[in-house]
Design a protein around this ligand. Structure first.
Ligand code: GAL
Length: 764
């Protein structure tokens, strides 16, 4: 049987590389000891040089090969190295890889021996090599550097199972079947046979045994499958398929993959999951975090999926603009969050060699991820690139060859672009609430701007599909971005801006729901992200998220969250800081309340001013339009009073929020996402910090410092002196590998000291 040894600890790292490093041993004084996932440099939160992570570094590790591995084939597997790796064992080159987002394996059999100790050296080139996508032009995100995902050693028999791909051709029939395509590696021998079994948490539901192997790719069917629960966002039911390889009856290898039974189809009139139309509501996600960029362990990756589904109420995420962590995708499978996954790239298409590398990206992405039921479409164009008939004919053909079960899309901003994919996927940035028209008018007054260039209907939310495709017939169509740079908004921006930011998301989603030919809309974007100097607010941050980089919500987050059904969660989020003089001219009107309640009662200074229903006139198609309260509350110069909002569902009180006229900081709330972490490989959790007023509301403009200290079996990621940003911040704490406890202390000069304890236990 195969054996897997994770090798995520005891790495030695040096932020430089010289050819002599290859032949040398591990001179510990020149290296620091690190764990994977690892970032080649820790960056500040903002304001840094966007070239700081672009260098070549050296990673070393002792590989101790178990005695029992004698006679077996031995591989090293890397999940992600940014962006080019060259691998050496005892000074000998053994292989390498280009591309920072997909895994690679190198066979070490000829270079190591059972019972031996060997020196592994990895030269990691994290420069933005123009020969590797997404590089060659400018890109609006940072790619960071290092061995930023996990690695392992794997011992397998001479002939072993290389890959198992499971298809479910007729999921809507009462009795279903499953096709397992098993690929073997190694010289074929007589007497090899395969077993295929469908399992439900280890319980065998169906199996075929001892089917003789006649070729290195074997297709096996399991038929007559009854009582299968379909996978969907409501019931993300997963099964396992086990492939077992036997030689003369004896088991020599086994691989188990997780899968689900579901049918996902894009049709000209929308997206259908298991035969039912489902309007897709999503956001784009970059996989980056403050300080360490991409290098976050499984729990933190998984948590992002939970945030998207639970805290933002989405049913789809686009992994813009590259294949993301397998942990994130695994969690999407488990919780029923649909995924649009795409190849690395951003606007630029390189030369023939670059295109060949991009085709390798298509291959590696699909081979890694084609068993995830959550993935419903492959993105096989370079995001927002120009048409390129031959290149995109090739990416589409390859995607369909590797996976004939999923449609392709290719994200463009071009109208009338050549449709080579199954779905026309479009970044439609038309909505600006009339801003470009106004801008044109005012600039025209200076006589320098041709206002005719500006769309007359600039206040529209989305264009009609056929207006975009230019085709005479409807085709499957999805909006893959909107908003973003059209209205960058910081969490602590002026209230009016934060409200308008949220409303733009609501308007576009309303238009998506209202247009039958639009399968759904995926906004830009879930989380703020670090970016190059060519983009963002001049501080290396694009403030385009509905949450900030710490995953702390802006008002726009509530525009999404409030679309959940109240059975899932009652949401009532008034988009206000409750102050008389924050908005232009003063007041808080119109007061937008993002809610899934039937109605909201508004009390001011203890008086009931009115009860308000969702604004179905302005947002007729949204599942839960916001409530908009437009009653004036006195003039500038009047006394400002306390307020209260009460949400009702079916006539019963379901939510209540109170606001004080005179906010003062009363409490520092410190909370960890997890209070129990795993020893062993690196684990981490987020700790959020919020300054709360007398009523538990956060304080939108409090910028006080806090001092963080972490002791015990944990370490702080990032700096230990932080400023609250708009009353809140967060940080991540990681484990050291040992079990024990982690003590976290957060001190604020005004709000006192809070302590929390996180347990670290041996997993299992
Ligand atoms: C798009 C691009 C995204 C991001 C966004 C900002 O053009 O695909 O990566 O830059 O604009 O709105």
């Amino acid at each position: 049987m195969r054996t897997i040894l994770p090798i995520n600890q005891q790495w030695y790292y040096k932020p430089s590389f010289e050819p002599a490093d290859v032949a040398s041993g591990i001179e510990k004084e020149r290296f620091s000891q690190v764990q994977l996932p690892h970032a080649n440099i820790e960056l500040p939160y903002n304001y840094f040089d966007d070239r700081d992570f672009r260098f070549v570094s050296c990673y070393k590790r002792v590989l101790s090969i178990p005695e029992q591995w004698q006679g077996r084939r031995i591989f090293i597997d890397f999940e992600g190295v940014m962006c080019q790796a060259r691998v050496f064992v005892d000074g000998t080159p053994v292989g390498g890889h280009q591309g920072g987002y997909t895994p690679f394996s190198i066979e070490l059999t000829a270079h190591v021996h059972g019972g031996g100790e060997h020196i592994l050296t990895v030269e990691v080139d994290s420069t933005e090599r123009p020969d590797i996508p997404p590089f060659g032009g400018t890109i609006d995100y940072l790619t960071y550097g290092g061995i930023y995902r996990e690695a392992q050693l794997r011992a397998v028999p001479q002939v072993f199972i290389q890959d198992v791909f499971v298809k479910t051709p007729d999921v809507l029939a009462d009795v279903k079947q499953l096709l397992a395509q098993v690929t073997l590696d190694g010289a074929m021998e007589n007497g090899l046979a395969l077993d295929i079994a469908l399992l439900d948490e280890g319980r065998e539901l169906a199996a075929r045994r001892d089917v003789p192997v006649t070729a290195d790719v074997c297709l096996q069917a399991l038929e007559g499958l009854a009582d299968i629960v379909l996978w969907s966002p409501q019931t993300p039911r997963l099964y396992q398929v086990a492939a077992t390889l036997r030689r003369a009856g004896e088991v020599i290898d086994q691989v188990e993959v997780r899968m689900g039974f579901r049918q996902a189809q894009f049709r000209p009139d929308g997206f259908y999951l298991n035969g039912q139309r489902l309007q897709l509501r999503g956001l784009n996600r970059h996989q980056s975090f403050p300080y360490v960029g991409y290098a976050m362990p499984a729990r933190v990756q998984r948590r992002d999926a939970d945030i998207l589904k639970e805290e933002l109420g989405l049913n789809l995420v686009r992994t813009s603009h590259y294949p993301q962590s397998r942990h994130f995708l695994d969690r999407c499978d488990e919780i029923g969050l649909l995924v649009f996954e795409e190849i690395p790239g951003w606007q630029h298409i390189g030369d023939q060699a670059w295109k060949r590398q991009s085709l390798r990206d298509v291959r590696e992405m699909i081979l890694r991820d084609r068993n995830h039921p959550s993935i419903i479409i492959w993105g096989v164009r370079i995001n927002e690139s120009q048409d390129d008939h031959d290149f995109y004919t090739a990416t589409n053909a390859l995607a369909h060859e590797l996976d004939d079960t999923r449609p392709t899309g290719g994200v463009r901003y071009l109208t009338g672009s050549e449709l080579l994919e199954d779905v026309y996927t479009m970044n439609d940035f038309v909505h600006d609430n009339g801003y470009s028209r106004e801008l044109a008018k005012s600039i025209r007054n200076f006589g320098t701007y041709d206002a005719t260039q500006v769309l007359d209907g600039a206040a529209i939310a989305l264009r009609q599909p056929q207006q975009v495709t230019g085709l005479s017939h409807p085709v499957p169509y999805m909006v893959t971005e909107y908003n973003g740079h059209m209205y960058p908004t910081k969490r602590f921006d002026q209230e009016e801006r934060c409200v308008e930011h949220a409303l733009r998301h609501a308007r576009v989603q309303n238009a998506s729901y209202a247009t039958r030919g639009i399968a759904g809309a995926v906004g830009w974007c879930a989380f703020d992200y670090n970016t190059h100097a060519d983009f963002g607010s001049g501080d290396q941050i694009c403030y385009h998220g509905v949450m900030d980089m710490f995953r702390i919500p802006k008002f726009a987050a509530a525009a999404y969250r409030s679309q959940k059904s109240p059975q899932e969660e009652v949401v009532m989020e008034p988009a206000t800081y409750w102050s008389r003089g924050e908005r232009s001219i003063g007041g808080i009107i119109p007061l937008v309340v993002f809610t899934n309640c039937d109605e909201v009662a508004f009390h001011y200074n203890g008086k009931h001013l009115g009860t308000y229903q969702p604004d179905r006139q302005a947002y007729p198609a949204l599942p839960h339009p916001p409530v908009v309260i437009a009653d004036m509350l006195g003039d500038w110069g009047c006394k400002w009073e306390d307020g209260e909002l009460v949400g009702y569902i079916g006539g019963k009180e379901a939510a209540r929020r109170r606001f004080t006229r005179n906010q003062a900081p009363r409490q520092l709330r410190v909370a960890a996402d997890d209070f129990c972490l795993n020893a062993g490989d690196m684990d981490a959790t987020r700790v959020t910090v919020a300054a709360l007023d007398q009523l538990g509301n956060t304080m939108a403009f409090l910028m006080e410092p806090v001092q963080v200290s972490v002791s015990g079996e944990g370490a702080l990621i990032g700096p230990d002196r932080l400023s609250l940003i708009g009353g809140q911040t967060a940080f991540w704490v990681r484990t050291t590998g040992q079990s024990g406890r982690i003590d976290v202390v957060v001190e604020s000069p005004r709000l006192g000291t809070q302590r929390i304890t996180i347990e670290v236990k041996q997993a299992g």
